[in-house]
Design a binder for this molecule. Sequence first.
Ligand code: SF4
Length: 284
Amino acid sequence: MIRYKKIFLGGECNNDCLHCPPAHKNSPPADYRSIEKALKERESDSVVFYGGEPTLRNDLLPLVAEARGEKYRRIKIVTNGRAFSNRHYLDRLMTSGCSLFEISLWGSNQNLHDHLSGAPGSFWETMTGLGNLSEVPHEKFVCIRIPICRENTPDLENTVVTALNSGAHRIVLSLQDRNLPPESLVGHLSNCINISIFNRVWILTEGFPFCCMQGLEQHMSEIYSGWDTIPPRTYRKKRQCSDCTYDKICHGVDSRFVHPVGQRDFPPVKAGGVADRIKALYDS
Ligand code: SF4
């Protein structure tokens, strides 16, 4: 289980994603000194920079070099990947010490992706960036994050295939849309997981509680990296949670989903089988 120290660089972004929380979008940039100070307060040997869009900062390369100077073993950025369409920039960033990338992909085609990212031309840049990443000779790890919303649900399986064809080492399916009932997604999640596993790429979900993921619990990112996600979520328990075997370890449903969908979805989980093994993992 790798825990990253998370450093927010500010909300500025060159995408205007339909489902980006407004509070997140409007956050001012973090100043260099406070980031430097945060880097010195080591809680882990791994650090992740996120925004907004980190690559818009002129000082990202010095910040990565600073993190390397502080002896962080893993330096990751969460990005829309558009800047990597510039191969020279990508080379410089990787030479500074960044080798882990988490790149958002909203859809398998230009129309859908550009509509959801709010930025015409962004699909082409992100895909070109992914192509460049697959070609650079540096060691790297590329995770493709697929945010899930009503508009892209029918395209989820295709998006997973696009991510696989783009050289993803890992895929994360992250619930983003407060008006999308999780129960409407179970079939798609199961298909996506099967497609990815068949291609030998590990795939995780984010934002789905245990009761929604029965039979697929081992794909919940929260088991491995905790409930403190990027962007941050707040959770709320449902009325029936006290009857659930996961009550003590589950943080509940993302509070954005409790209304209108969270109270009427999945029944609490009974003890036994996978549940007991997951609880044992937490106890160990
Ligand atoms: S504790 Fe509540 S939200 Fe979590 S799995 Fe159980 S019923 Fe679902």
